[in-house]
Write a protein that binds this ligand. Structure first.
Ligand code: IMP
Ligand code: MG
Length: 178
């Protein structure tokens, strides 16, 4: 690790490894949706870097749209409650939709978003994530495409942040514990 990033412990996946996996997953997605048009829906801001990398590699016609969520804090401390703070610009009725996430952790966010999007009448809906931390999963969801499974450590890079920093790193790194 370079001294320019003193808060990072080690690189988990290099930029080359990330690019290779994105190539492979994009090929899988292109094959699955061949002959159809696909709408990628990104969750701001974490999925932006992965979504654009993926979109550039897809061989099917692609539309993109974004939504943003904020954790809904309630006094009872119920976990996994999220609300949409910026909705999609357009409807998804009759479209093939792929929800693109940076990381699936507990799975609460993805489960909420998949249910919400499904209620809008898409032709199909799938889930694609850059990272999958299976050890902390609490909500049962099906992930259709994933690039990497990761250990139970906080990671940054490729869109993932710590206090809004490190999203622009081309690699995935483990943050030093405090
Ligand atoms: P969950 O699957 O509902 O628990 O939510 C996952 C969300 O938590 C992701 O979209 C990220 O915004 C955030 N998150 C979880 N783990 C990490 C991490 O290791 N680094 C950065 N953000 C994370
Ligand atoms: Mg996120």
């Amino acid at each position: 690790m370079t001294s320019a990033e003193p808060r990072l412990e080690r690189i988990l996946f290099t930029e080359e490894q990330v690019n290779q996996r994105v190539d492979e997953v994009a090929a899988e997605i292109s094959a699955h949706y061949a002959g159809r048009e696909l709408k990628l829906i990104g969750v701001l801001k974490g999925s932006v870097f992965f979504l654009t990398a993926l979109a550039r590699r897809l061989t099917v016609p692609v539309k993109i749209d974004f939504l943003a969520i904020s954790p809904f804090v309630n006094p009872a401390g119920a976990p996994g409650v999220v609300r949409i703070s910026k909705d999609l610009d357009e409807g998804i009725q009759g479209e093939h939709v792929l929800l693109v996430e940076d990381i699936i952790d507990t799975g609460f966010t993805a489960r909420y978003l998949l249910r919400n999007l499904a209620s809008r009448g898409p032709e199909s809906i799938g889930l694609c994530t850059l990272l999958d931390r299976t050890t902390r999963r609490l909500a049962q969801i099906t992930i259709d495409y994933r690039c990497f499974e990761i250990p139970d450590r906080f990671v940054v890079g490729c869109g993932l942040d710590f206090k809004q920093l490190y999203r622009n790193l081309g690699y995935i790194a483990v943050l030093k514990p405090d």
